[in-house]
Design a protein around this ligand. Structure first.
Ligand code: 13P
Ligand code: SF4
Length: 310
C-alpha cells in the first residue's frame, strides 16, 4: 500500500475509534509525524492522564502504555506491537525487588522507581520519577529513611551526584545507553570539535563525564534551542534526532557513531510501524490491560510524582 494511503487509513480509523496517537521521541520518524502528541515519558504520562478520547494508541514501549492504563483506566490502550518491551524494565523483576525489600525490611527503604519499570515494581515504590524530574524528586525525598533507587543504576548515580543524596542503587541498565563508550564520544568529538555533547542520564558515568549537558530527551530540545552552539552530538537513542531537526531548525544534530551498528537504536521502540499502528486501530488489539488491585497500588506513587513535578 502506498504511504499516503496508509496514512489516510490510519486517520480514518483514528476518527472512527475516537482515538489519539501518542508517540515517544524514540519512535520511527513516520510515526512521530502523524502522532497527536510526541514527548518524553513525563509528558506522555501527563497527556495520557488527561486524554478524553475512547482509545489511546500508544506508540512507545509496554511500561509507557501500562502507565497510561494506570492513570486513565477507562480508556482502551493499544500498543501496536505487543513485544515492545524494555531491557531496563527487565533488569528489575518485581518478584526480585519484593524479595530484596522483604530481606531488608528493617531498613524501611523509601523506594524511588524510574518510570521505566513494570506495574509490579511501580506498586512496590513510594514514588516514581522520570529522567525529566528525577533529580528534583530525589532532592526532596524524606531525610529520615534510606533511599533505594530502581532500576537504573546510571540515572540513580547521576541523581545522587547531582543532589548529594546517598542512595542504594539497583544494578539495572538500558542496553541501548550502555552501548556508548568514552572512545565513541571522543572519536565523534574529534570529527566535530565545535559540537557540544548532550547526553541522556541513562548513559554510563564515563560517558556522562564527557558531556557539556546531561538531560532527558525533552529537555534536550530546550537546551539545544537556547544554546549558542550550532551543532550537537546527541548521546541517546537516535529517534530524538528527527524531533530535534524538526523543532530546532538551522542547527546540526550528530548521532554517535558506534562500531558494530551505525548508531544506537532501541529495537523495542522500533518494533512499532505504521502498518502495526493501522492494524491495532482496526482490531483494537494488542490491548494493554492491568489488574485493578495492582493499578490502585501503582497509581499512588505515580500521582505523587505528578504532584511533585507540576
Ligand atoms: P525519557 O523519554 O524520559 O527521556 O526516557 C528515555 C527512555 O529511555 C525512554 O525509554
Ligand atoms: Fe528501554 Fe532503553 Fe529502549 Fe528506553 S531505550 S525503551 S530504556 S531499552
Amino acid at each position: 500500500m502506498a504511504h499516503a494511503d496508509l496514512i489516510e487509513e490510519i486517520m480514518a480509523l483514528k476518527k472512527q475509534r475516537n482515538a489519539i496517537i501518542l508517540a515517544h521521541s524514540y519512535q520511527r520518524p513516520e510515526i512521530q509525524d502523524i502522532a497527536d502528541f510526541v514527548g518524553d515519558s513525563l509528558a506522555l504520562a501527563r497527556h495520557a492522564r488527561q486524554a478524553e478520547c475512547d482509545v489511546i494508541a500508544f506508540c512507545g514501549v509496554r511500561f509507557m502504555a501500562e502507565t497510561a492504563c494506570i492513570l486513565n483506566p477507562s480508556r482502551t490502550v493499544l500498543l501496536p506491537d505487543a513485544e515492545a518491551n524494555c531491557s531496563l524494565e527487565a533488569s528489575c523483576p518485581a518478584a526480585e525487588l519484593a524479595e530484596f525489600l522483604e530481606k531488608n525490611r528493617e531498613k524501611n527503604y523509601y523506594v524511588i522507581a524510574y518510570i521505566n519499570c513494570s506495574i509490579g515494581v511501580k506498586a512496590l515504590a513510594d514514588v516514581i520519577v522520570t529522567s525529566g524530574n528525577a533529580h528534583t524528586i530525589v532532592a526532596n525525598s524524606p531525610q529520615d529513611r534510606p533511599l533505594l533507587f530502581v532500576p537504573d543504576a546510571n540515572l540513580g548515580a547521576w541523581c545522587a551526584r547531582h543532589t548529594g543524596r546517598t542512595m542504594t542503587l539497583w544494578n539495572g541498565a538500558c542496553h541501548v545507553h550502555r552501548l556508548f563508550t568514552r572512545d565513541h564520544i571522543l572519536r565523534t568529538k574529534e570529527e566535530h570539535p565545535e559540537a557540544e555533547v548532550i547526553c541522556h542520564p541513562e548513559c554510563e558515568e564515563v560517558v556522562r563525564l564527557l558531556a557539556n549537558h546531561i538531560c532527558s530527551t525533552e529537555k534536550m530540545i530546550d537546551y539545544c534551542r537556547e544554546s549558542k552552539a550550532k551543532s550537537f552530538i546527541i548521546v541517546t537513542e537516535t529517534g530524538i534526532l528527527h524531533r530535534l531537526r524538526k523543532l530546532v531548525p538551522g542547527k546540526e544534530f550528530i548521532p554517535v557513531q558506534l562500531e558494530k551498528c551505525s548508531c544506537a537504536e532501541c529495537e523495542f521502540m522500533k518494533l512499532n510501524t505504521l502498518e502495526k499502528l493501522r492494524d491495532c486501530l482496526l482490531n483494537l488489539s494488542p490491548r494493554v490491560q492491568v489488574p485493578e488491585e495492582l493499578r490502585q497500588r501503582a497509581l499512588q506513587p505515580l500521582q505523587r510524582m505528578l504532584e511533585l513535578s507540576r
